[in-house]
Design a protein around this ligand. Structure first.
Ligand SMILES: [Zn+2]
Length: 297
C-alpha cells in the first residue's frame, strides 16, 4: 500500500516513491466537487496514483484536471498513461511545454542522453491527446467546485515552469521553483540547460507576494514555515550560485574540476538530494549553475 495521506481538508498527498526513494516525490490530489491532480510523477507512479485515488475515495472519472508544473519526467512522466484512465481530465501545462506532452520523442531522447544508465528510473512518457491539453497563459484560472486554481508562470528552474495557486485556501504548489525541501533542509533545483538565477529569484519574489498559507513541494510535502519558505530558498539559491562561482574561480575556470570538488563537499552532500543518486543530482545542479554563469558572463 502506498503512503497516502490527507494533509489538509481536501488536500491529499501520494508518496509515489520516485526513483525507489520514499519521501522524495509527491503527487497531490485536490478533492472537492471534482478532483485535480498536481503533478503525475514518472510513469512508474501510475499504480501509486491509482491507490491514492482509491484511498481518497474518488473515482477516475472524477478527475477534471491534471496540473503539471513542467515537463521534466519526474513531474509529468505519467501524464499520458493517466490520461487514458482519467478520460474526463484536461491536462494543464505551460504553453512552452505543451508540444512535449503531445509529441514526447525529442524530450525522451534528451532525457536518455542526460541520464545515461539511470534512464530507466525516469520511466517513459506516452503522447497525451492533443485535444485535451490546455496550454495555460500566465494567471489563467480554472474552477473546481468552490475553489479557483490559477496557473502562475514561474520561470527559473526551466523557462516552461508553472506553479499552481489555490483559493480560498491559499495553497501554493511549487514544483521545482522553490527547491527541494526534505528532512528540514533545502537542496537546489538548478539543472542544465536553462536554469536562470534572475528568473528564479523574480519568481520567488512574486510568489512570496501571494502570502501562501501552505507551500506544497513536489520534493516533498508541506513547508513547516510557509511564511518564510520562499524567502529562505531565495537566499539559499543566491548562496549556492555564489558558491559555485567561487569554486570555479578557485580552480582557474576548470568546470570539471569545480564539479569534482563540489560533489565531494561534505556540506553539499549533506543536502537532501534523492538518496539513490545524490552525487549525480548534485553534479546536475552544479552544471546547471555553470551554464548559467557562462551565459551571464
Ligand atoms: Zn524539474
Amino acid at each position: 500500500m502506498s503512503n497516502v495521506r490527507e494533509l489538509r481538508d481536501g488536500l491529499w498527498m501520494i508518496d509515489v516513491e520516485e526513483f525507489g526513494v520514499p519521501g522524495y516525490g509527491a503527487v497531490y490530489l485536490i478533492v472537492g466537487d471534482g478532483v485535480a491532480l498536481v503533478e503525475t510523477g514518472t510513469s512508474h507512479a501510475v499504480p501509486h496514483v491509482r491507490e491514492g485515488l482509491a484511498a481518497a475515495g474518488v473515482r477516475p472519472r472524477d478527475v477534471r484536471y491534471m496540473l503539471v508544473t513542467h515537463v521534466h519526467l519526474d513531474h509529468a512522466g505519467a501524464t499520458g498513461h493517466l490520461a487514458r484512465e482519467f478520460t474526463g481530465a484536461q491536462i494543464v501545462v505551460h504553453p512552452r511545454g505543451a508540444h512535449h506532452l503531445a509529441a514526447p520523442e525529442r524530450l525522451l531522447a534528451s532525457v536518455r542522453s542526460a541520464t545515461g544508465e539511470n534512464a530507466d528510473a525516469y520511466g517513459t512518457l506516452i503522447p497525451v491527446p492533443e485535444g485535451r491539453i490546455v496550454a495555460a497563459e500566465d494567471d489563467r484560472a480554472f474552477s473546481l467546485g468552490t475553489r479557483r486554481i490559477r496557473a502562475i508562470h514561474a520561470p527559473g528552474h526551466a523557462p516552461h515552469h508553472m506553479c499552481f495557486w489555490v483559493e480560498p485556501e491559499k495553497w501554493l504548489f511549487t514544483g521545482d521553483a522553490a527547491g527541494i525541501w526534505r528532512r528540514g533542509a533545502f537542496a537546489p533545483t538548478t539543472p542544465p540547460p536553462s536554469f536562470d538565477l534572475e528568473h528564479a529569484l523574480a519568481t520567488l519574489h512574486r510568489l512570496s507576494g501571494f502570502k501562501p498559507r501552505e507551500v506544497c513541494y513536489t520534493h516533498f510535502g508541506l513547508a513547516e514555515r510557509p511564511g518564510e519558505a520562499l524567502g529562505s530558498y531565495a537566499q539559499f539559491l543566491t548562496d549556492w550560485v555564489e558558491r559555485v562561482g567561487r569554486e570555479l574561480a578557485d580552480v582557474g575556470g576548470d568546470e570539471d574540476e569545480a564539479v569534482h570538488r563540489l560533489i565531494r563537499d561534505p556540506e553539499v552532500m549533506s543536502w537532501p538530494f534523492n538518496e539513490r543518486s545524490a552525487a549525480g543530482e548534485a553534479e546536475m545542479c552544479v552544471r546547471g549553475v555553470l551554464g548559467y554563469l557562462r551565459r551571464a558572463a
